[in-house]
Design a protein around this ligand. Structure first.
Ligand SMILES: Cc1cc2nc3c(=O)[nH]c(=O)nc-3n(C[C@H](O)[C@H](O)[C@H](O)COP(=O)(O)O)c2cc1C
Length: 202
């Protein structure tokens, strides 16, 4: 059912889209604006605001995924028949948003909140996911194709060195984006919804 709430319409329209191109339907400045909006408005535990982003466009994006290919070929050659074409598909896109968590930000918490620091690894993941979701959904609403990737294990040293990333920033995910090469895929099956929601006392 179509939603009458623009936010939920955007939520319903978000997809993983893998056939992407270098032709963006919006200027790069608008993409940066959207990432900035997420950094400004996404919630974080105790408002610690530890999410950090680096956006790579053009050659920088291409180099990242070339490196991901090479490192995968070196470390996991058996995976290349499956991962190789996928990585080439990301390289065919226009850019990547790299999401980090800056653990040094936790030092700014007052002692009362710092006492809860053991919870942080989990809560920070929640907040990072919210940032990622906002950018993914907003870029899709602007007619880009996006997919969320997790190549941090292989690419972190390359990213940190090339972009002078502080040691305290941990790479969490890569949102690959580009123009759309084809139709938006149909929504994937949404199974188990009948047991996913319970309510009492409504
Ligand atoms: C936390 C998280 C991790 C994901 N990791 C990957 C990933 O590494 N590679 C990928 O292609 N998709 C990844 N996805 C996308 C999911 O596979 C996708 O969202 C799901 O199959 C539903 O499809 P849809 O995005 O088209 O609605 C991830 C999604 C989430 C929420």
């Amino acid at each position: 059912m179509a939603s009458t709430t623009p936010f939920l319409t955007a939520v319903q329209g978000r997809r993983s889209i893998y056939t992407i191109t270098k032709e963006l339907p919006i200027p790069t400045s608008r993409i940066l604006e959207i990432v900035h909006e997420a950094l400004e408005h996404a919630p974080s535990p105790f408002n610690v605001r530890s999410c950090r982003c680096i956006v790579l466009f053009g050659d920088e994006h291409d180099k990242l995924w070339r490196h991901a290919y090479e490192i995968t070929q070196k470390d996991s050659p058996q995976a290349i028949p499956i991962l190789g074409p996928k990585i080439e598909g990301y390289a065919a896109g226009a850019g990547s948003v790299l999401f980090f968590d800056d653990t040094s930000a936790y030092g700014s918490l007052t002692p009362r909140f710092a006492a809860l620091s053991k919870q942080f690894p989990e809560w920070e993941e929640h907040s990072s996911g919210m940032h990622q979701f906002i950018v993914w959904t907003a870029l899709t609403a602007e007619n880009l194709g996006c997919s969320l990737q997790h190549y941090q294990q292989g690419i972190t040293p390359y990213v940190k060195e090339l972009y002078d990333v502080p040691e305290s920033w941990n790479l969490k995910s890569q949102l690959v984006f580009g123009g759309r090469a084809g139709e938006v895929p149909d929504p994937k099956p949404k199974t188990g919804l009948e047991s996913a929601l319970k309510s009492f006392g409504a």
